[in-house]
Design a binder for this molecule. Structure first.
Ligand SMILES: Cc1cc2nc3c(=O)[nH]c(=O)nc-3n(C[C@H](O)[C@H](O)[C@H](O)COP(=O)(O)OP(=O)(O)OC[C@H]3O[C@@H](n4cnc5c(N)ncnc54)[C@H](O)[C@@H]3O)c2cc1C
Length: 297
């Protein structure tokens, strides 16, 4: 079956799907352009550090810009996709002690990708970028060998050949599931790249001689964990719902293991509610609570 309708297959396990030519970031480049065309402003490299509230409403946020300046930005509707821990941590005046304790106790899993550009893989009988999809058709491979630290390998060529400038090359991502507090997180990039090369060889995937280039990308708070104070998340939900112009959305914004579809849906429902003149925030907290969605097969 060649079409992309696979209604009887779990979302996470579908075999055919549409993928943006240069990756999902393209979606947000379009959104940013449309926001600007409509007269809005998108501020990059700007960090919300404090969230000011009064009388059950958010009045605005303090934003720290790349050059170290802090600016108060007022808002009549506030959508937050920043980690709940930081949202409540920046609450001004401070949230009640019990709410702050729940926020502080939320746990995250952090993530390092080592992008490795190769002349060829030894896997699949020895193959370069041209033959990759035919010989090793996976988008990602989970690694179970206990003697390596890498947890998953992405084959970026197989997501979209346009992610690789030279289609003859193989572009891999070695993924490490870590904590920011680990020594590994602090290691310098050269040391992490050296480990990645050693592990590629140990797995029989590639030889160090075939590595052309490599890059280390650290992603803090990649995964909201369902332990720590997660069991008391409803206390935070109930508290933030008391601020009528605040919409917590997305993945870390709701501390829920939302993929892109559910993350987007939380905002769509919230925006629909605003345009209908209804408060649909309770509904957004119900999104992705079904049990059969995740990778359980
Ligand atoms: C390794 C990995 C693989 C994944 N694979 C898939 C997949 O195959 N398919 C899929 O659908 N989903 C996948 N996901 C999930 C997907 O990335 C998330 O669902 C999605 O990015 C959530 O969107 P979001 O807007 O809520 O959060 P994010 O995309 O995390 O965006 C939040 C933004 O807020 C910024 N921010 C944080 N704090 C502040 C602050 N204080 N001030 C200003 N800005 C701030 C962050 O820098 C970030 O840019 C994957 C996630 C990971 C970690």
């Amino acid at each position: 079956k060649r079409d992309i309708a696979q209604k009887d297959v779990e979302t996470s396990l579908i075999e055919r799907f549409l993928y943006p030519k240069f990756g999902p970031g393209q979606l947000w480049e379009v959104v940013a352009r449309k926001v600007e065309e409509a007269g809005g402003t998108v501020r990059m490299q700007s960090r919300v550090e404090r969230v000011h509230h009064a009388g059950g409403r958010i009045s605005g946020v303090d934003v720290r810009t790349e050059d170290g300046q802090t600016e108060f930005v007022p808002g009549d509707m506030v959508f937050s996709s920043m980690p709940i821990q930081h949202l409540i941590g920046g609450w001004a005046p401070a949230a009640p002690a019990s709410v702050s304790a729940v926020a502080q106790g939320l746990i995250y899993r952090d993530f390092i990708t080592v992008g490795v550009l190769l002349n060829r893989l030894t896997l699949g009988g020895g193959v370069d970028g041209h033959g990759l999809a035919e010989h090793v058709s996976d988008n990602w491979i989970y690694i179970h060998e206990p003697d390596v630290q890498v947890g998953r390998v992405q084959l970026f060529n197989n997501w979209s050949p346009y992610l690789v400038a030279d289609p003859a090359k193989v572009w891999l991502g070695l993924e490490y599931f870590v904590n920011e507090s680990d020594a590994f997180w602090q290691d310098d990039d050269a040391k992490i790249i050296a480990l990645a090369k050693t592990e590629l060889e140990a797995l029989g995937m590639a030889t160090p001689d075939d590595v052309i280039d490599a890059v280390v990308i650290r992603t803090p708070k990649a995964y909201p964990a369902y332990f720590g104070t997660y069991g008391r998340l409803d206390e935070i939900r109930d508290y933030v719902m008391g601020f009528e112009n605040l919409y917590c959305v997305g993945r870390n914004g709701m501390h829920r293991y939302n993929n892109q579809d559910h993350s987007i849906l939380t905002s769509l429902v919230a925006v629909d509610g605003i345009s209908e003149g209804k408060d649909r925030r309770a509904e957004t907290w119900q999104i992705n609570t079904e049990q059969d969605y995740h990778e359980s097969k």
